[in-house]
Design a protein around this ligand. Sequence first.
Ligand code: SF4
Length: 185
Amino acid sequence: MVLLDLVLRIEPQLNVFVVDTELLFPETYALIERVERRYGIKVERVRPEQSVEEQNAAHGDALWKRDPDACCELRKVLPLRGYLRNFDAWLTAVRRDQSDTRTDLPVQAWDENAQILKVAPLVDWTEADVWGYVQAHDVPVNTLHFEGYPSIGCTHCTRRVAPGEHARAGRWAEFDKTECGIHVA
Ligand code: SF4
């Protein structure tokens, strides 16, 4: 949201999208609508080829419980790659302080998997920097952040974190999985 607020000040016609797995929290869908109203933009919903029902029929019920890597590939990674084919560059708000898997992220690099220049202007920002900007500019954020969810993905794969737990401890908590494959394979 900080990145969006910053770049829309420079380029109000930017293409803005969200990967909508169709399994996001109601609070997340509410935020998307709030963002559209606040900034007067259309947020494109990038959706998987299959609905959840079609995926269940093709791969069995609740793939996220049995093979979350496959589920993320179908519902996040492939739809995103398909969408990004239309563009030369992709701005993303990943930061090095978000997890041990992100400490070496470059500011910009060619993303071989998505075949696009990936630019991460906030790579060096800290969590405190982010919240400072949010407060200073009254940036809309997901209300779940105030209910114990520092990192938010799909409903089935995100839990509340306890005080002292790592910010991403609530993501795929039942599995040895820390990334969906979009930013770090
Ligand atoms: S986060 Fe969970 S439900 Fe969402 S795409 Fe990945 S495995 Fe599927």
